[in-house]
Design a protein around this ligand. Sequence first.
Ligand code: HEM
Ligand SMILES: *[C@@H]1O[C@H](CO)[C@@H](O)[C@H](O)[C@H]1NC(C)=O
Ligand SMILES: *[C@@H]1O[C@H](CO)[C@@H](O)[C@H](O)[C@H]1NC(C)=O
Ligand SMILES: *[C@@H]1O[C@H](CO)[C@@H](O)[C@H](O)[C@H]1NC(C)=O
Ligand SMILES: *[C@@H]1O[C@H](CO)[C@@H](O)[C@H](O)[C@H]1NC(C)=O
Ligand SMILES: *[C@@H]1O[C@H](CO)[C@@H](O)[C@H](O)[C@H]1NC(C)=O
Ligand SMILES: CC(=O)N[C@H]1CO[C@H](CO)[C@@H](O)[C@@H]1O
Length: 316
Amino acid sequence: MVKIAALALLALLGSVACQGLSVGHYSYSCPNAEAIVREAVKNAREKNRGTGAGLIRLFFHDCFVRGCDASVLLNTTGSGEPTELKGPPNKTLRGFEVIDAAKAALEEACPGVVSCADVLAFAGRDATFFLTNRTAAYFPMPAGRYDGRVSFANETTLNLPSPTSGLQQLNKSFHAKGLSLEDMVTLSGAHSVGRSSCSSFHDRIPPNPSDMDPEFASSLREQCSSSDPSAMQDFKTPDDLDRQYYQNAVDHKVLFTSDAALMASNETARMVLDNAHVSGLWEKKFAAAMVKMGGVGVKTSANGEIRKKCWIVNKV
Ligand code: HEM
Ligand SMILES: *[C@@H]1O[C@H](CO)[C@@H](O)[C@H](O)[C@H]1NC(C)=O
Ligand SMILES: *[C@@H]1O[C@H](CO)[C@@H](O)[C@H](O)[C@H]1NC(C)=O
Ligand SMILES: *[C@@H]1O[C@H](CO)[C@@H](O)[C@H](O)[C@H]1NC(C)=O
Ligand SMILES: *[C@@H]1O[C@H](CO)[C@@H](O)[C@H](O)[C@H]1NC(C)=O
Ligand SMILES: *[C@@H]1O[C@H](CO)[C@@H](O)[C@H](O)[C@H]1NC(C)=O
Ligand SMILES: CC(=O)N[C@H]1CO[C@H](CO)[C@@H](O)[C@@H]1O
């Protein structure tokens, strides 16, 4: 059943290849490419469900800075300038070891063929599949991205939305990447897994005033005075990628100003309510939005390369 649905979607997407990307891009050049990445994600996720959340976030942080070109993975470009990894929003990124393990296995199977940008995209898709306990379809992720050679720390805060953003700012930063207000609402649903450091929502907990549910706010305050000042994004089903996030937004039990902002207009509040109430709706929208985000600023052989190692450009 799932297989048939996935195949139908595959046919549909294959026919509308966007940004020069296509589904099954490696089916001749590296037939096991997607299976190799999936295996690496599965192994990591079985050890720690948080790693899956980290992989979904890595894909977002890659695509929003210089396009989906794996610039987020570079720690060495030869320019001597600090890379995106040194930018303030990077501090809690995780999952790098999974990307490195997948890439090592890929280089073994088909050297020089599969880009790190595609590994990130496949891993984001695979993590979505596993974190929904396979209830979301294993959606086809078009591929054919090339890897960038440039990565600057100073470009992270300029391009990535801040947790203190309001609705207008969020709308603006997603539009700047060719993504819609609805894509923004849909993709924010990723905040139904993983965690956050308290510094990211400090402005919303007592003694600071906010529209947060008072009991929820004081429980966060308690967690934040512990030795590990962090909280799960979704207090209710923290390890499941599901639509609970939207119910939390309705209930004023979300962490960030940017999460609460989804209720700040009738238009977005309607989307939140639909996602919260209609079973299966958000999962479909999320898959489509991940694919759309994966088309942001994609590079080609003309301005990119296939990196040999994901953390360093081929020629320093
Ligand atoms: C709408 C604007 C967004 C803002 C302002 C935002 C901000 C943040 C912040 C501040 C954190 C916590 C970092 C920390 O302090 O530890 C976080 C975590 C996370 N974000 Fe977002 N984010 C946004 C959109 C997205 C999108 C589009 C995705 C992916 C599709 C995403 C996926 C995640 C995930 C999975 C985590 C948890 C990571 C982990 O547990 O390692 N976020 N986000
Ligand atoms: C870059 O990252 C790789 C892999 O994680 C690591 O082995 C290497 O030492 C790092 N290099 C620098 C300069 O940080
Ligand atoms: C998904 O699987 C995890 C790990 O096996 C389990 O803890 C969780 O309850 C499951 N969630 C749902 C919604 O089935
Ligand atoms: C970021 O830093 C690089 C290297 O120092 C510089 O060339 C570039 O102009 C800076 N960009 C911005 C937006 O400040
Ligand atoms: C979002 O941005 C678009 C493009 O700038 C604009 O047309 C639309 O009115 C904005 N919507 C909201 C709710 O801010
Ligand atoms: C929502 O719609 C109602 C009635 O249509 C209107 O009075 C109200 O100002 C709107 N609220 C927001 C936040 O746009
Ligand atoms: C994952 C990672 O490389 N994090 C780095 C983010 O930037 C800070 C400095 O701002 C580094 O200390 C972290 O190691």
